[in-house]
Write a protein that binds this ligand. Structure first.
Ligand code: ATP
Ligand code: MG
Length: 376
């Protein structure tokens, strides 16, 4: 099987690594250079996207912000999975909200803003405090505003208006501020035959809007709620592949924050913590192969490596630590890699995380230090 992935970042890289044992060959289309590259070496394998499309058995995507003309080209080939509607919904918060509402899936009260009058109506409808998010192009907390007081309305409008004017088709989605207890996400896969499998939920800690720690958790009641919502969204999209849902947990009730029509950062723990990792299951799904078991094989936590390109040697020599670098050039805050930390029991995992907090720098890994303070 030959799979062409739209996007040539770490997710395509990890798909490639997971596909090799199954004889699934992957190539990646870099939307910036417009070239097809090898997902590990980044060397150019084809300058012609149309040729790469005709050579591929299956086309899929590692991210949702793909130019629509490229999506159309891929869709025309009849080989593109999950499907263009799913990718567009993941890349436009207006479509995402419409999808969630039509699938009857709980999400935060929201209102779409194009003009100052819409903003005033949003304030009436949603109430303060509110979170405002650009409809297009937002990720890792970028393109967001918080409005807590009416005193700040003019200043916030000024910035939002600039954002709306800067790109055609842009709008802002106002959301009620959700006083969540924690954030969790569910990664799962839907096969071509409609079969749905999901991994255990992950509890996620974000720092400055970016995922920092993700831990697989076992909570039967939450898991059942999450799986029901996952199935509703996946079925309504007639989805094929791995899909992720991010949730707010408000006193045991889940609200969907957003969807990601792809493998997801909060599912990286599955590489060491689950019977089949998310990357392999995505490839299995889009290639029409049976889905692999999503069973948790041992307690696991994922630590994102942000803006750092080295780690203390002790990490590699610590039992239970698995390092995954993405081969990227260092930039402040950039996702450079992750560490999967595994243990035989939850208490052993907590103990191991606390000892890692002593090794990893507090400025680069603030969430582990918070974690250690909580459990020590
Ligand atoms: P991602 O990189 O996950 O795609 P993003 O930039 O698209 O992130 P969101 O996930 O929507 O943005 O928001 C980033 C973070 O901001 C959330 O993880 C959550 O901590 C906080 N947040 C977002 N929306 C709300 C809300 N309505 N109420 C409270 N907090 C929120
Ligand atoms: Mg998010």
């Amino acid at each position: 099987m030959n799979v062409l992935v739209l996007g040539a970042g770490q997710l395509a890289r990890m798909m490639s690594l997971a596909g090799a044992p199954l004889n699934i060959e992957t190539n990646a289309f870099d939307v910036i250079s417009q070239k097809v590259v090898h997902p590990l070496t980044q060397s150019v394998v084809n300058n012609d996207l149309e040729d790469a499309i005709s050579r591929a058995d299956v086309i899929t995507a590692e991210f949702e912000h793909i130019p629509h003309d490229i999506l159309t080209l891929c869709e025309k080939s009849g080989k593109f999975l999950p499907n263009t509607d799913a990718i567009k919904a993941g890349g436009d918060r207006r479509l995402e909200k419409t999808l969630l509402d039509s699938a009857n899936v709980k999400n935060a009260k929201h209102y779409v803003i194009h003009t100052r009058q819409d903003f005033d109506e949003a304030i009436q409808y949603v109430g303060l405090p509110m979170v405002l998010k650009s409809a297009l192009g937002g990720y890792d907390g970028k393109g967001q505003w918080r409005l807590k007081s009416m005193d700040d309305v003019d200043a916030v409008w000024c910035e939002m208006d600039q954002c709306i004017q800067a790109s055609s088709g842009q709008a802002i989605v106002a959301e009620e501020f959700v006083p969540f207890d924690r954030e969790v996400s569910l990664v799962g896969a839907r096969g071509k035959n409609g079969e749905v499998v999901v991994y255990p939920l992950a509890e996620n800690i974000h720092v400055n809007g970016v995922l920092s720690l993700s831990t697989a958790i076992e909570d039967r009641a939450l898991q059942a709620q999450a799986k029901e919502m996952f199935t509703a969204v996946a079925n309504s999209l007639n989805y094929t592949g791995v899909l992720a849902l991010e949730f707010f947990d408000v006193k045991g009730t889940l609200l969907v924050n957003e969807i990601a029509p792809r493998v997801h950062n909060s599912g990286h723990w599955t590489q060491q913590g689950a019977e089949t990792c998310q990357f392999e299951n995505h490839l299995r799904a889009v290639c029409g192969l049976p889905l692999g078991s999503t069973t948790l094989i041992r307690p696991t936590c994922m630590i994102n490596i942000l803006g750092e390109d080295t780690l203390p040697d002790t990490i590699l020599s610590t039992e239970g630590c698995h390092v995954h670098w993405y081969g990227k050039t260092k930039r402040p805050g950039r996702k450079m890699g992750h560490i999967n930390v595994c243990a035989k029991s939850t208490s052993e995992l907590q103990h191991l995380m606390c000892s890692l907090a002593e090794i990893l720098d507090k400025n680069a890994y603030p969430a582990i230090h918070e974690y250690a303070n909580k459990w020590q």
